[in-house]
Design a protein around this ligand. Structure first.
Ligand SMILES: NC(=O)C1=CN([C@@H]2O[C@H](COP(=O)(O)OP(=O)(O)OC[C@H]3O[C@@H](n4cnc5c(N)ncnc54)[C@H](O)[C@@H]3O)[C@@H](O)[C@H]2O)C=CC1
Ligand SMILES: O=C(O)CCC(=O)C(=O)O
Length: 410
């Protein structure tokens, strides 16, 4: 479709080695200016590169703070090529009229499979046996080795990943309990624990699948670990801030915790060449992985397509379906109209000013779509107007008090 701002002039900045399927998706849609970086960028370089980007794609390492976003004067949308969006200051983006998209499902199976593998490895004491073999030792013994069958797996956060972990665990005979702040439908024979404390007290293995929120920050600390059974195992592939890592290190040293698998850390290296520092380094009964729970080729390829498609759709058509910080609008095409987007602070009077503008100009509105959230209003107006009229309307829309951003799509 012909757009009023040529697609060839839209600059797409892709960071952190997102899958090449993202690049292909943009190219197929007619976007040619794609700057691709295999790593995240240091903050000053990020600010410089983002200054003239219209679309930016990141993974979990790039922090788009209010300060960074302030440098992104042309930015129309952000794509997180992952599930977590805590690395973006979502409210700041919304206040600038920038929707943020993510991929809420594509890597969930990969995380669930890793957690299941780690469950078995930890139950068999493989990390410490493996470490000893590498040092020329030999511990052929059943002591401290257990089958997964009949063990209690406690899942904290019974969402997309937690439920899949539960279903897979039950398939080889584990008993599954879960804790969530929402009421959740139990899959299979899984049962809700009465509280987090109840789950910690009853589980042989605890696995964490919550998002990073103020409520999950340091959710598992000294007190919670003390409630876990002696020798219980802990898996964290959610966010590094969910577990107090020093408390975990203490519990591993005292052997209150029998082993752990940790994929996410309170501070993670910016890139593969940076050093990894953690109190868990060198602790044999801990599986340490570099935040790769969702890093399989299948997941990354699917994420590349999913997020790039959402960004293309927003850029070409204005649809914000599944944006995480923005009113969601799904839009049909009206190729014979001109399409104007108006993003504004959600304050009284803006919509009536918009409508006055169209009625004063005697313009025929073919369709109008409005969606709001407490902070932001998003109106899409399809109008029978020629190019000049549409450009003039855009100028007038921009002058309405409370306007955050306007775009003329076509
Ligand atoms: N290690 C990795 O590579 C990856 C890590 N993740 C992390 O895993 C997290 C979970 O992913 P999904 O299952 O897809 O998310 P989800 O949103 O489907 O599920 C999260 C669940 O946690 C629950 N929850 C939220 N706050 C809670 C609290 N305070 N206590 C108990 N439950 C709470 C929610 O109600 C929801 O059911 C993501 O937010 C992300 O941070 C996701 C993908 C890859
Ligand atoms: O693959 C990544 O960069 C991050 C994966 C992750 O943690 C997520 O999807 O939330």
């Amino acid at each position: 479709m012909k757009t009023s701002f040529p697609k060839q002039d839209i600059k797409v900045l892709l960071l952190e080695g997102v899958s090449r399927t993202a690049v292909e998706t943009f190219q197929r849609a007619g976007y040619t200016q794609i700057e691709y970086h295999a790593k995240s960028l240091p903050e000053e370089e990020l600010k410089a590169r983002i200054a003239d980007a219209h679309i930016v794609g990141i993974r979990s390492r790039t922090h788009l703070t209010a300060d960074v976003l302030d440098h992104a004067k042309r930015l129309i949308a952000v794509g997180c090529y992952c599930i977590g969006t805590n690395q973006v200051q979502l409210d700041a983006a919304a206040k600038l009229g920038i929707p943020v998209f993510n991929a809420p499902y594509s890597n969930t199976r990969s995380v669930a499979e890793l957690v299941i593998a780690e469950t078995i490895m930890l139950l068999r004491g493989i990390p410490q046996k493996n470490a000893l073999c590498h040092r020329g030792g030999w511990t052929k013994s059943a002591t401290g080795s257990f089958e997964a069958r009949d063990k209690v797996l406690g899942i904290v956060g019974y969402g997309h990943i937690g439920t899949q972990v539960g279903v897979l665990a039950e398939s080889f005979g584990m008993r599954v309990i879960f804790h969530d702040i929402e009421t959740k439908l139990s899959l299979g024979n899984a049962r809700a624990a009465t509280s987090l404390e109840d789950l910690l007290e009853r589980s042989d293995i605890v696995t964490l699948h919550v998002p990073e929120t103020p409520a999950t920050k340091w959710m598992i600390g000294h007190n919670e670990i003390a409630k876990m059974r002696k020798g219980a195992l802990l898996i964290n592939a959610s966010r590094g801030t969910v577990v107090d890592i020093d408390a975990l290190a203490d519990a591993l040293r005292s052997e209150h915790i029998g082993g752990a698998a940790i994929d996410v850390f309170p501070a993670e290296p910016k890139g593969n060449d940076d050093p990894f520092v953690s109190p868990l380094v060198g602790v044999d009964n801990v599986i340490l992985t570099p935040h790769i729970g969702g890093s399989t080729l299948e997941a990354q390829d699917n994420i590349g397509i999913e997020v790039a498609s959402k960004l293309v759709r927003y850029s070409d058509n204005g649809s914000t379906l599944s944006a995480v910080n923005f009113p969601e609008v799904t839009l049909p095409e009206h190729p014979h109209s001109s399409r104007l987007l108006h993003i504004h602070r959600n304050v009284p009077g803006v919509l009536s000013r918009i409508n006055e503008l169209f009625s004063a100009g005697n313009m025929n509105i073919d369709a109008q779509f409005l969606q709001t959230n407490p902070d932001v209003g998003y109106v899409v107006i399809d109008v029978s107007a020629d190019e000049q009229q549409a450009a003039a309307l855009k100028e007038k829309l921009s002058a309405i008090p409370g306007t955050l951003r306007t775009r003329l799509l076509y």
